[in-house]
Design a protein around this ligand. Sequence first.
Ligand SMILES: Nc1nc2c(c(=O)[nH]1)N[C@H]1C(S)=C(S)[C@@H](COP(=O)(O)O)O[C@H]1N2
Ligand SMILES: [Mo]
Length: 323
Amino acid sequence: MLIRTPTPHDPLPSEITPRSAYLNRRQALAGLGVAAASPLALAQGAAPGGGKLPKLPGARSAVAGAFATDKPTSYADATSYNNFYEFGTDKSDPAANAHTLKTRPWTVSVEGECAKPGRFDLDALLKLAPMEERLYRLRCVEGWSMVIPWTGYSLAELIKQAQPTSKAKYVEFTSLADKAQMPGVRSGVLDWPYIEGLRIDEAMHPLAMLVFGMYGEVLPNQNGAPLRLAVPWKYGFKSAKSIVKIRFVEKEPLSSWTKAAQQEYGFYSNVNPNVSHPRWSQASERRIGEDGLFAKKRPTLLFNGYEPQVGQLYAGMDLKKNY
Ligand SMILES: Nc1nc2c(c(=O)[nH]1)N[C@H]1C(S)=C(S)[C@@H](COP(=O)(O)O)O[C@H]1N2
Ligand SMILES: [Mo]
């Protein structure tokens, strides 16, 4: 008998929760003052922050494609409907459990095929490059999406400092895996630590972002504090949270999701409406916040709509084989 590992789309308790309960919880959150900012604030370009965490402003990014024209997801939704399996598999688990994550002191170890390896303290990373604000679409492999204003800078800024050698063909990212702080790590749902990877040219693309904040504030723990990736043209699971190690390697890294279900989660995981997941179509998506009774699903776009910027990275590649 095949023992099937739970995957991101096995129906999770949150997905079985009646919609009315979910909406009630959102209304309760709104009552606590964690709802989105007023339409006026949005029109003025101010990020709809929760107002509870330290500010982390950024200048509007000049990187091509960095500003989606979509309406930002509310702060309440972006911080209460999360995937962060180190804190549990239910969508509401990270918000309920991630307060135990200690985000300071925090160091990121930069290792492997590079001339300047080292340990970077969070404060050094915060000063490494000017902070920018970008508005990215995030498309989860499960078929939902959000639009989030991130604060951070291009991952390329850190990579350039490390000076990768000619052998550095890929970059591997490792998230923290500490049973004492992360209750989900006691479960066998994934092989911890959470590992992800990018090809070096993908990692160097200006849209690949090292993120420290969202909605003009530092990252909430459930969203991957104190630093995470945002790789907007790939399925959300490529954007590792709470990163502690960045390693330059010669061979394609084996990511946690590929390890869990190789035929379902390949290395590339570019958003692609034409390549179905073995168990469901990827042709459309539900935008979180547009979940009313009559809300239509949105068509999913190739490379999540970032094809003009990143399409060249995959010229000549068979995207069905390299899923
Ligand atoms: N370490 C770690 N990173 C992770 C995950 C995770 O479980 N653990 N989930 C991924 C998935 S499936 C998605 S969709 C995004 C969700 O990010 P968000 O909760 O900030 O929207 O984080 C990704 N990064
Ligand atoms: Mo996801």
